[in-house]
Write a protein that binds this ligand. Structure first.
Ligand code: FES
Length: 281
């Protein structure tokens, strides 16, 4: 192909693009020409997110059954517990907050960080926009919204706070690691392992993979550099994070379930529904 042909092709492409930007939508009466079951994925996602929101709200306002005393298990939903209202043994980081009146969740500081981190996460944004906000619902499907302003205006502009939530959530992750180590606790006070210990360990590993594969994490370790060759350590970290990053959506969903499962198990143990399954001591 000669250079003239190439120029003609480029001009035709530019003309086509110009046409597309002027025309908002092809003149068809159907909502979409897609014939596949495109509603299925957003519906499943909406059901999962809805379940998680309802479960978490109930657990937050229970303000109880978050610490299994004998086993030393503290649920990640309440950790760190820093109010003077927290039950004895659950506040290794001290009482930064006074006694709470009835009805105020003990996780009043922790939960907004966890919720903010997940809500502003790129993966959950995609999931939420498709399944709850319905903008856009799916590729090649007309939106129910008349106008699209993206994330440039309130409230969606707040999504840009994700990098700050990443830093705060990373601090909580360190606390979760501490809780998991503390859960290697035997009934006679020495070393021990129960099913709760393993659940807490798996949960914290999944949370770590979720955080390390985060887009903000990738930018923090490898972003704003002109020459990787001058920053070999950051380059090496960036390649590790980049390997995890494509699986971020999987880590996001799996860690959501491990948090709920761990919390539910600890609640059941502390309520006496059943005893912790012990493997060692
Ligand atoms: S993009 Fe999902 S946690 Fe950062």
């Amino acid at each position: 192909m000669g250079s003239q042909d190439l120029r003609a092709g480029a001009a035709a492409t530019a003309a086509r693009r110009g046409q597309t930007s002027r025309t908002t939508r092809a003149a068809i009466s159907e909502r979409t020409l897609r014939s596949d079951n495109w509603r299925k994925e957003p519906l499943i996602t909406a059901a999962i997110l809805g379940f998680f929101v309802i479960y978490t709200v109930i657990r937050l306002f229970m303000n109880a059954d978050y610490f299994a005393v004998k086993e030393n298990y503290l649920t990640p939903v309440y950790s760190p517990c820093i109010s003077a209202s927290c039950v004895e043994g659950s506040s290794d980081f001290g009482h930064w907050l006074p006694t709470f009146p009835v009805g105020i969740p003990l996780a009043i500081l922790v939960f907004p960080i966890l919720a903010g981190f997940r809500t502003t996460c790129y993966y959950y944004r995609k999931a939420g926009y498709r399944s709850l906000w319905m903008s856009p619902q799916a590729c090649a499907v007309r939106e129910p919204h008349a106008k699209y302003t993206g994330e440039t205006r309130f409230p969606l502009v707040l999504m840009n706070s994700h990098r700050y939530f990443f830093v705060l959530a990373s601090i909580l992750l360190l606390v979760n690691f501490y809780d998991a180590v503390k859960a290697f606790h035997g009934k006679d006070g020495g070393f021990g392992i129960g099913l709760g210990t393993l659940l807490m360990l798996v949960n914290v590993v999944m949370l770590a993979l979720y955080s390390l594969s985060c887009h903000a994490c990738r930018h923090i370790v490898g972003g704003r550099l002109k020459h990787f060759s001058k920053h070999p350590v950051r380059y090496r970290l960036w390649t590790w994070v980049s390997r995890l990053n494509p699986k971020h959506g999987n880590f996001a969903m799996v860690s959501l379930f491990t948090v709920i499962l761990t919390d539910f198990y600890i609640m059941a143990i502390s309520l006496g529904w059943f005893s912790d399954l012990r493997f060692i001591n």
